[in-house]
Design a binder for this molecule. Sequence first.
Ligand SMILES: Nc1ncnc2c1ncn2[C@@H]1O[C@H](COP(=O)(O)OP(=O)(O)OP(=O)(O)O)[C@@H](O)[C@H]1O
Ligand SMILES: [Mg+2]
Length: 437
Amino acid sequence: MSSSEVVINVDSVSKIYHVYQKPVDRLKQFVVPGIMRLLRRNPASYFKEFCALKEISFTVKKGEIVGVIGRNGAGKSTLLQILARTVTPTSGQVEVVGRVAALLELGAGFNVEFTGRENVVMNGVILGLSSEEVLGKFDEIAEFADIGDFIDQPVKTYSSGMYVRLAFAVSVCLKPDILIVDEALAVGDARFQAKCFRRFDELVEQGTTILLVTHSTEQIVRHCDRAILVEQGAIFAEGVPKDIANLYMDLLFGAEGGQNPPQEIAVECERSLGATPPSRFELRAGYNPTEYRWGDSKVEIVDFVLSDQNEIDKNVFRSGTKLSLHVWVLYKANVAYPVYGLTIKTPDGVIVYGCNSRDFIDGPIVKPMQSGRYAKVVFDIDLSLGGGEYLVSLGVAEDISGEVFPLDRRYDSILMKVLTDDRSVGIANLNMKVSVE
Ligand SMILES: Nc1ncnc2c1ncn2[C@@H]1O[C@H](COP(=O)(O)OP(=O)(O)OP(=O)(O)O)[C@@H](O)[C@H]1O
Ligand SMILES: [Mg+2]
């Protein structure tokens, strides 16, 4: 490996699965080609090839927490199984340096007939520790798993949460060099998840490298140093967690975006609009120049204004204020069912609130828009936020038979500051009153 710091090196890895239409085809494939060869005929094949991973390459450095995100069937688990060496790649090279503990989708390799205690010891030995070393850690493991007397029951009597708790406890207490986690955390309850993430941080401080598959963009932005977005067996994007989380949301909520409108439509719009009015979005109070913008140019969010009862075009507000956000959208094509959305996040990407004109309580609002016209959208918000800074994301999308296709997304495009008079902490202002009797 080129850098001494690189502990995972994946080089042009592909995985092709053989997919059989009917179970009997698998049997035919096993028997028939042999017979055909005996008869000196060309062997027939009864499967189709399916490429689950296509020439994937990336590296991970020691001590990084890397998040892997992507839609169902994208290839995330296949990739992790290859790293954990439970699946062999069809081509390409994988180098992994150090002891690997893997919590994969289909369990941690416990033998369900044995008790939790017995499985802990077996797992530790598989990880490369001596049984004395594992026994020395046993109390810590049992305490972390916190499943009480079940530790001496056969694993087949466990709930899925208990199973994951124990599997996790083994993996994190035995201090692997590399920890691979495939969505296992989703099964644990919130308290256990929080405990695991705290432990991740401790492990990383001691030099462990973590690769985490999750569908939670929040986990990606909160806990990962870097993220990889997998789509249809290939790396779609790789980078800062916040950006990758945004891209993933785009993929989820509208894979058709990003295409340019046909040339004739664009020309026609130019004509009917005359000169395109200047966009003032970038000049408004609170505009964030490092916003993340994505969409086609068919529809554009061209302007916004934040205001309270006293003042227009400002971005610093007192907590509890009635806030209004006016947004202007320019249409350069006809859209039958536009949907206007808003999301408020903390600077580290935690979603505080999000809704849209279709899904809010008095919705849906269906107002078809014609090319060359502006829509003015007004969001009225009770600003029940704690003190701090928040990022506002705006989006216009088109609803086609219930599916949403993004037209213009301006993520993290407005920075807003909220001031409080009290000394409360947290992202919500719950307006607490205290009485003591
Ligand atoms: N043993 C197998 N035989 C044939 N196809 C497989 C096999 N394992 C996985 N696949 C296919 O490979 C693709 C990738 O699967 P994989 O489990 O890696 O996806 P994933 O990203 O982990 O999805 P999810 O988010 O649902 O867990 C899927 O289309 C799946 O059907
Ligand atoms: Mg998976």
